[in-house]
Design a binder for this molecule. Structure first.
Ligand code: C2E
Ligand code: CA
Ligand code: CA
Length: 544
């Protein structure tokens, strides 16, 4: 079945649902010409009938009973013939009007069921159509629902502007239509699309995946924007009916879980729903609830890792969070920070760390402490107020705090985020760009964004001396940073060799297990404070 069949069957009901029923159309004069013709015809028939009755039946209906006129009969015949002619014309006009009306109806219906920008079915229409197919056809048919999200669409909009964003949306819709010619393509909102394919034979996973591959290949051609070619990709989640769900609700929930898996695994891919995902999601939901409780119950602990200068002197600490779960043991931030982000808890987690650090500061040597701030937290409009509030409550000077922000597309492309970082800098915080070289950074951004410190990622530091490109890259970062008054920290120093190479590359500060693992203040006590000399064995309290 194609979308064309669906539309014709639904036209009238759709129009009436949209309030565009025939009565309202009539009120607007669509029936005007036809009704005038019908009215004229009726009058003529009436006159003709009067005259014919007078003369033929001898019934004095006209009231001129004494006057006998020889031409009445002829006149009556002419009247009758005129009436028949009029009737013919009226029928023709009526048919014409009905055809026009149908055309208009189609247009109105199309407006109400299609997304104006992309021409895809709009959400309401797509959902209604899919629901009705699943309900009516039930087990006799097989279907697949594909949920499709454009990867990094916000970045496209932020970088290239909304007109290009609109072109990307249209490009997507066209590629979906071309890749799924037997399916309905719907735009569910923003950058979310969906495709519904129905068949009388079972749809295999191979078939669904093949269609997705075709779609991905079409996308890979990219689209021309001026002199540039813009490359775009999509994440897709697939669920099949009846295997993964028989109703719209079940199908969309499962396709959504599969879509989420595609995104989590690095985007630009399609994933078929599998039952194991349900367990993952339930686990994650449980973890989210438990994380919320852990913040309230203060079950998150801050570990401190030393950062040293070129001579091995302690210059700062990095605060690294650990979650002590009563049943699961220690959960590392790599696991729970993304969960906090998805649960909307990241600002609470971030403020928790800052408060804990501020409370610990008086027990630490008089060096600054680096605190990690997630890009999502930077995006929160109340970030500056919340941080300043905590510092003023605990009486801490912002110059003791360095905020480490990991480079990310959202951070780099948003003018608001850059403004927020500048505002924090103006209040005395220093800003470090974490994991430099791993993501979206370009040298240009080093100039444009307000960073005081660059942290070169462990992967680069560890390949210093083994890879010419890395050597050139690190030397260039160091050179640019030096010229613009920024300092460079080399992360992940594990050996004496790492240390020497980082120093040879010109890095100002070093951090890594070679100098000390992250430790809890309570465990290491004063040892943590006085240590941080090169090559010393980590104490028993060290946590990784
Ligand atoms: P990061 O900011 O790059 O932190 C450094 C990570 O590398 C830490 O892992 C640290 O334990 C580890 N590390 C340090 N030196 C070495 C070394 O010599 N060798 C090796 N193999 N690893 C080393 P951790 O603590 O598991 O943190 C992982 C990531 O979680 C952090 O990466 C940071 O992005 C994030 N994170 C940690 N704490 C917080 C927090 O409070 N808030 C936010 N938003 N993110 C946090
Ligand atoms: Ca960090
Ligand atoms: Ca890092």
């Amino acid at each position: 079945m194609t979308s064309r069949h669906l539309l014709s069957a639904a036209e009238i009901s759709e129009a009436s649902r949209s309030g565009m029923d025939t009565r309202s159309l009539k009120k607007r004069g669509h029936f005007g010409g036809a009704s005038e013709l019908v009215f004229g015809f009726l009058i003529l028939v009436l006159i003709g009938s009067f005259m014919a009755a007078d003369q033929l039946l001898g019934v004095p209906i006209s009231g001129a009973k004494d006057i006998v006129h020889p031409d009445w009969l002829a006149l009556a015949a002419i009247g009758g013939a005129g009436a028949i002619l009029y009737l013919g014309l009226a029928v023709l006009a009526l048919r014409n009007q009905v055809a026009k009306l149908k055309k208009k109806h189609k247009k109105v219906v199309a407006q109400f069921e299609r997304d104006a920008l992309t021409g895809a079915l709009n959400r309401e229409r797509f959902v209604t159509a899919t629901k009705s197919v699943l309900e009516v056809r039930g087990r006799k048919r097989f279907a697949a629902l594909f949920l499709v999200d454009i990867d990094h669409f916000k970045q496209v909009n932020d970088t290239h502007g909304h007109p290009i964003g609109d072109r990307v949306l249209c490009f997507f819709a066209q590629q979906l239509e071309a890749s799924f010619p037997d399916g309905w393509v719907g735009r569910l909102g923003g950058d979310e699309f969906a495709v519904f394919v129905e068949h009388s034979d079972p749809i295999t996973e191979a078939f669904a995946q093949k269609r997705c591959s075709e779609f991905v290949e079409r996308l890979a051609q990219g689209l021309d924007i001026g002199t540039q070619r813009l490359m775009v990709s999509a994440s897709v989640g697939i669920a099949m009916a009846p295997r993964h769900g028989k109703t719209w609700g079940a199908l969309v929930a499962n396709a959504d879980m599969a879509l989420y898996a595609s995104k989590k695994n690095g985007r630009a891919q399609s994933t078929m729903y599998a039952e194991a995902m349900l367990t993952d999601v339930r686990n994650e939901k449980t973890l989210m609830r438990e994380l919320r409780a852990a913040i309230l119950l203060k079950h998150l602990r801050v570990a401190y890792q030393p950062i040293v200068g070129v001579n091995g002197d302690l210059v700062a600490y990095e605060a690294l969070l650990r979650w002590h779960h009563s049943l699961r043991g220690v959960i590392t931030p790599d696991v729970f920070i993304p969960i906090a982000e998805r649960a909307g808890l990241i600002s609470d987690v971030g403020c928790y760390v800052v408060r804990q650090v501020c409370e610990d500061l008086e027990k630490l040597p008089k060096v600054s402490v680096n605190v990690n701030i997630s890009a999502n937290q930077v995006a929160a409009p109340d970030l500056v107020d919340r941080l300043l509030g905590i510092l003023s409550e605990t009486g801490v000077d912002p110059c003791r705090i360095v905020l480490e922000v990991t480079e990310s597309a959202s951070l780099i492309c948003s003018a608001d985020n850059a403004k927020r970082l500048s505002a924090l800098q103006a209040h005395g915080f220093r800003i470090a760009l974490d994991d430099f070289g791993m993501g979206y950074s370009e040298f240009n951004q080093l100039r444009m964004l307000p960073f005081d410190i660059i942290k070169i990622d462990k992967s680069f530091v560890n390949s210093l001396g083994n890879d010419v490109v890395t050597d050139v890259f690190v030397s260039a970062v160091v050179e640019i940073s030096r010229r613009s008054g920024k300092s460079v920290i080399a992360e992940g120093i594990e050996t004496e060799e790492d240390r020497l190479r980082a120093l040879a590359a010109g890095c100002d500060c070093l951090q890594g297990f070679y100098f000390g693992k992250p430790e809890f203040l309570e465990d290491s006590g004063i040892k943590l404070l006085s240590k941080a000399t090169a090559g010393e064995e980590p104490s028993a309290g060290a946590v990784t």
